[in-house]
Design a protein around this ligand. Sequence first.
Ligand SMILES: C[C@@H](N)C(=O)N[C@H](C)C(=O)O
Length: 186
Amino acid sequence: MPEKDPDFMNVLAVDPNIIVDLKYATTDNFTHQMIYDFTTAVARTGTVKKLGIASRLLYDQGYRLKIWDAFRPVTAQAKLFSVVSDPMWVAEPNPNYSHQKGVTFDLTLTDLDGHEVEMQSAFDDFTGKAKRSAPRTAIQEANYQRLDQAMTQAGFMGYENEWWDYRDTDMDTYGPKQTDPNLYQL
Ligand SMILES: C[C@@H](N)C(=O)N[C@H](C)C(=O)O
């Protein structure tokens, strides 16, 4: 049995109010294939601690975070990239980048009952509607700003082309590392 690497952590260990719904563990994603064999969301330990800060900020305002993707093995990235080979929407396989080293989350906001709030587009809508510069209705704008402010305050930066993609501002201090998220089940 391989050992758990303490450089990674389950997001539910910092805050059980976080909702985990990993889309690439299901066929409900843009590839219509199951991309990986785990349902546990893990990331680098420092990145998970930052997520906990954002989660608590949002919970105090009556909202929860829902995680659609966290650490994503390079093998999974290669599967995604083989379906959409455009680095604007899907990064090239690279163990030193973003999800693939565990410093990025794809996420959205829900109310306290777990119902998703309205955002400007669906997850992985690879059109201009996904961009942070896209027009938003007043409700979408309020939801976007609430999420963005909490994530920024906690130490993340949003990827300009995908409103759901938040990266640890310390991401460049992390080197490449892979793990098996199944080891981190609570
Ligand atoms: C595939 C999409 N959810 C995503 O994560 N895109 C960024 C660019 C990535 O692949 O890192």
